[in-house]
Design a protein. Structure first.
Length: 478
């Protein structure tokens, strides 16, 4: 009798296990069949729309034509709706609105008479001597922001030149001084590769790949190639001295350094060097970036009676840091240096006699083993004439109102919502956020590469050029 009861109990357990497994398979099947589809397509469409809307905004402002301004407003409104639908996981509607936004923006681009190219690869910043030779051209030309680039373009920067380039999919790269770079056709075109490969003959490029999708970016050199994956921030340097080599540094994301059959994975805050003769698979850990604390972004300092201003730069030091590398420049790409000081001890540097002008600064950490990491994000401040001090109480010259709510964090994504003046332009970590013309509200999605502490910088610029800034620190735990 006892054995019979045990057998019956075991039979009941088996029935329940089978039922639970069946129910799990059923639920999984329903989820697979009815889950929202098209997320990648929606995000790709939104990225492309942002690219075109940004270009259209610049062209519409230059032309001043009513039809251009009207189409630009329609493009912004459609992009705002696309972001809203994307947050609500209505990806089909998000894709449709993003495509509608791109269509309105492209109308501005096609009809504009500003002389700018409508290429999908374009200059964002050009500092100093930069030369470009586009496909089918024989000679190099002096580069400027109105030029477009295409597959086959070759860039050359002098020792006093640098540029930043943006791509339609959201990728951007900075070409440092003394570099030669070609935008080559990728031999591995397909769903998992980007349509261009970058052939780096010499010098340094800093690359931020697109935030989503499966696209890869190939950086080719004489010694091999580096493959960068999505949402990766990395620097690749080709040394053409007697000891020719390639150095790969990854701040966020991941990359594969390859030379022939040999390969090594380079992850967040790592560095590796290789050449055709020597391939070392041992990666080196880079120190963390410092966090700049003072002055606040876009701060203004009036000059004293002698025509100069005193400015104290301060930052927070990461652990295991022995000294710092401080850079101060008059340009955002740090070509024309005012101060390029390594081996700085402490976390403060005072400048007693800065003349009127715009300044950019950043700091890199050097570890106790004498390894330098990536520089921090740069900040800007301005030294102004005393008589040019703005009356903050004037309604016309006051900065726009800016309020930011607590960011909503979902995995590696943060959703930043806020409100500002209806005619203000808003950037979140350098990306344009669409502002509602009805009430000044905005919402923007920021993707992060992994766990860690991050800063979110929100900048609102009024129609009169005044700036309001908010800085938020968040932690990604997933």
């Amino acid at each position: 009798m006892k054995n019979k009861k045990v057998q019956e109990a075991n039979f009941d357990i088996k029935k329940w296990v089978i039922f639970v497994l069946f129910l799990s398979v059923l639920i999984g099947g329903f989820y697979f069949l009815f889950k929202p589809k098209g997320e990648n397509e929606a995000q790709q469409a939104i990225r492309q729309a942002k690219f075109y809307v940004k270009m259209a905004g610049e062209l519409a402002q230059d032309s001043g034509k009513p039809e251009d301004l009207a189409n630009y407003d329609l493009a912004k409104d459609a992009l705002e709706r696309a972001n809203k639908f994307n947050i609500e996981s209505d990806f089909n509607a998000a894709t449709a609105e993003a495509q509608r936004s791109a269509g309105y923006a492209q109308k501005v681009i096609r009809t504009s008479r500003s002389g700018r190219s409508n290429a999908n690869i374009r200059f964002e910043e050009v500092v100093g001597e930069v030369f470009v030779k586009n496909k089918n051209q024989v000679d190099f030309q002096v580069a400027n922001k109105d030029m477009g680039l295409d597959e086959g373009s070759v860039l050359r920067t002098s020792l006093q030149g640098a540029c930043r380039i943006s791509f339609e999919d959201g990728m951007n790269l900075t070409v440092r001084p003394g570099s030669v770079l070609a935008l080559e056709t990728n031999l591995e075109k397909g769903d998992d590769t980007y349509g261009l490969a970058l052939s780096l003959e010499k010098g340094t490029v800093v690359i931020k790949t697109s935030q989503t999708g499966a696209a890869k970016v190939h950086v080719l050199s004489e010694h091999g190639r580096t493959v960068l994956y999505q949402n990766t921030h990395a620097a690749i340097a080709v040394n053409t001295s007697s000891e020719k080599s390639v150095e790969v540094r990854v701040l966020a994301g991941r990359a594969d350094a390859r030379s022939g059959p040999k390969s090594v994975r380079v992850s967040q805050n790592q560095r590796v060097s290789f050449s055709t003769k020597l391939f070392n698979k041992n990666t080196v850990t880079l120190p963390q970036q410092p966090i700049l604390t003072s002055p606040t972004p876009f701060a203004k300092f009036p000059v004293n009676q002698n025509g100069f201003a005193s400015v104290a730069l301060r930052w927070d030091a990461p652990r295991d840091t022995s000294k710092f590398h401080l850079e101060l420049s008059n340009d955002a790409l740090f070509v024309k240096m005012i101060r390029d000081q390594t081996r700085v001890t402490g976390t403060r540097q005072d400048f007693q006699a800065l003349s009127p002008g715009v300044y950019f600064w950043r700091v890199a950490s050097t570890s106790t083993t004498n390894i330098e990491g990536f520089p921090s994000d740069s900040r800007r401040f301005e030294v102004v004439q005393a008589e040019g001090k703005v009356d903050s109480g004037s309604q016309k010259t006051a900065p726009p109102h800016l309020e930011i709510g607590t960011p909503l964090i979902q995995g590696l994504v943060a959703i930043v919502k806020g409100r500002t003046a209806r005619d203000a332009t808003v950037k979140v970590n350098g990306e344009i956020a669409i502002v509602s013309k009805e009430n000044g509200s905005f919402s923007h999605v920021i993707h992060f590469p992994g766990k860690g502490l991050y800063q979110i910088m929100v900048i609102a610029e009024s129609s009169t050029g005044r700036l309001a800034t908010k800085e938020i620190k968040i932690e990604i735990k997933d």
